[in-house]
Design a protein around this ligand. Structure first.
Ligand code: MF3
Ligand code: CO
Ligand code: CO
Length: 256
């Protein structure tokens, strides 16, 4: 395990990268409408990241991933590959954006509804969102990763949904996925103790049915085994002296 502690200067670079990633999600919202393809959403994000932000879309060519963002629709859990799929009213889509700016990564995702959301999809997204925030609110120096996992798992399972085990949050910095692994289930007091200067993601995947997942033949797309709906939200967070700072808040949630 090699966990990196970011210096104040590195923390500033992480703030910059995190803000850019959030700006992409703010930008793309109005384009998520019936009739658009996931490939078009990818292209719009790619152009914005490269031309407007002068940044790099981290997923592109990452371990062979062919596109610039991940688009995960309905029963797709994560790592959906943008392409010909046309969105229709009632679909729910997670768009996951990671940008690299000055060598530092910012990683964040949100759920969007196409047209009018289905009642179950709306409930599931709300539970995943609240679960993510309950996990984030556990963060701080002297706290344990298990505190985050237990908070999320207890809440989600209490709503009779399930937490995906095979994919997790992660340390982040100059490296996209670095130590530690941030599990979205577990036991209070277990796992690594957190320290000021760590940066990591919290990104629970929540299924309406059972927790089990299956990897498709494209080598990337992860779906629920029982084809139930899945939802995910993600923030990149800095551990501060007195708690945490969320680096990927949207403009509406920022002070400046
Ligand atoms: N952004 C994802 C995460 O939250 C990782 C995507 S890897 C990719 O960690 F290659 F699929 F893009
Ligand atoms: Co991530
Ligand atoms: Co991500």
């Amino acid at each position: 395990m090699t966990v990196t502690i970011k210096t104040p200067e590195e923390q500033n670079q992480m703030r910059i990268a995190g803000r850019l990633a959030a700006d992409v999600l703010d930008m793309i919202g109005e384009h998520v409408v019936p009739g658009v393809t996931t490939g078009e959403l990818d292209r719009i994000c790619h152009e914005y990241i490269t031309n407007v932000q002068q940044a790099i879309p981290a997923p592109l060519n990452y371990r062979g991933f062919p596109k610039s963002v991940c688009t995960s629709v309905n029963h797709v859990v994560c790592h959906g590959i943008p392409g010909e799929k046309t969105l229709k009213s009632g679909d729910a889509i997670n768009i996951d954006v990671t940008v690299i700016k000055n060598g530092f990564h910012g990683d964040t995702s949100r759920m969007y509804f196409v047209g009018k959301p289905g009642i179950q999809a709306e409930r599931l997204a709300a539970v995943a969102y609240e679960g993510m925030w309950l996990g984030i609110n556990e963060l701080g120096p002297g706290k344990y990763l298990g505190d985050v996992g237990e908070a999320i798992q207890t809440f989600v399972e209490g709503k009779h949904f399930s937490v995906v085990r095979e994919y997790c949050g992660h340390g982040i910095g100059r490296v996209f996925h670095e130590d530690p692994q941030v599990l979205h289930y577990g036991h209070r007091g277990a796992g690594m103790e957190l320290r000021e200067g760590m940066t990591l993601t919290v990104e629970p995947m929540v299924n309406a049915g059972k927790r089990h997942v299956k990897l498709l033949n494209d080598g990337w797309t992860v779906v629920t085994k029982d084809h139930s709906l899945s939802a995910q939200w993600e923030h990149t967070v800095l551990i501060t002296a007195d708690g945490f700072e969320v680096l990927t808040l949207g403009a509406d949630a920022r002070e400046c």
